[in-house]
Ligand binder design. Structure first.
Ligand code: SF4
Ligand code: SF4
Length: 296
């Protein structure tokens, strides 16, 4: 729980375009307003597509004079993407701050200089365990996988809200009421479950690293083995933005007549996951199954 002090409470929310930073920020600001606090919120939207940094400062209290959080004074740093968490970590109060980050990696295009299977991307090398050893309190949580297991990886930001709820003073019912007003009606149930999953996971300790986030990232392990690649496109989520088509190193994707991405010749796909990482709408899912496992 964030320590009570005289000034406003500062929550810095960061991520990349398409992840829902602004939605998370608005949920928190609305909740604070409902509790009678003065709230100041400032945000930089960055690029609307994945790869652009997005951040939002939320400050609340009995009186708040400035909309931006000074460096070193965030009570909570909430990151929807791992490298963005590291980029902003110096904004967290080193003595009292809480670090909450999804361990999912969205590798920016310029970091993918060598794109063959097994090649290293130029991405932040620090592991969740190394970072958690440096912070006072917090969670390196595989929120995206948790949301995916619940049936919709877009609910990852609600998993993180569940973890955030353990650090702030607001009752659970009030969080849920506000979240219901911000998510599409058909996804209310899954977002309620995502919030509960994130909250329950964070309540199990003041400092936790998700088991699946330890050591090498899952993608790195996959890339070091012989694998069978399966590429799935959720057609109703694809907006035909063309990013995957332009960025695929093998040039094996195209848009069909309905302006939906498709993979005409699966044998050309190396399973590098570039398209999955870069799709702003989570429309592509790559599954790399090690050959040995597939044969079992
Ligand atoms: S389709 Fe996707 S996973 Fe396959 S080679 Fe192209 S970018 Fe890589
Ligand atoms: S699959 Fe994603 S990146 Fe590719 S065209 Fe559709 S929305 Fe764009």
């Amino acid at each position: 729980m964030v320590e009570k002090r005289n000034g406003p409470t500062n929550v810095l929310i960061v991520g990349v375009g398409g992840q829902g930073v602004i939605m998370v920020s608005k949920v928190l600001a609305q909740l604070c307003q409902n509790h009678g606090y003065e709230v100041k919120q400032s945000e930089v939207h960055g690029m609307a597509k994945r790869g652009g940094g997005v951040f939002s400062h939320v400050r609340y209290g009995s009186a708040v004079w400035s909309p931006t959080i000074p460096e070193g004074e965030a009570d909570v740093l909430l990151a929807l993407e791992w490298a963005e968490a590291l980029r902003w970590i110096n904004f967290m109060n080193p003595d009292t701050g809480t670090f909450i980050a999804d361990t999912q990696r969205i590798v920016p295009p310029f970091a993918c200089r060598a794109r063959g299977r097994g090649e290293e991307a130029g991405y932040a090398p620090q592991t969740p365990e190394e970072i958690m050893a440096q912070v006072r309190a917090g969670y390196a949580i595989d929120a995206t996988s948790m949301a995916e297991d619940l049936g919709n990886l877009k609910a990852a930001n609600t998993v993180l809200l569940g973890a955030l709820s353990t650090t702030l003073e607001f009752p659970v019912e009030d969080w849920l009421e506000v979240i219901r007003g911000f998510v599409p009606p058909h996804s209310i149930d899954i977002n309620m479950a995502a919030f509960a999953a994130g909250r329950e996971w964070a309540q199990a300790g003041d400092k936790r690293v998700e088991e699946s986030a330890k050591g090498l990232h899952k993608a790195d392990v996959e890339l070091q083995q012989q694998v069978i690649t399966k590429l799935e496109i959720t057609e109703e989520w694809c907006k035909g933005c063309d990013i995957c088509v332009k960025m695929c190193p093998e040039r094996c994707l195209r848009l069909n007549e309905q302006l939906v991405a498709e993979l005409p010749d699966p044998s050309k796909c190396t399973g590098c996951r570039m398209c999955e990482w870069l799709c702003p709408d989570f429309a592509i899912k790559i599954t790399n199954t090690p050959v040995l496992e597939a044969a079992e």
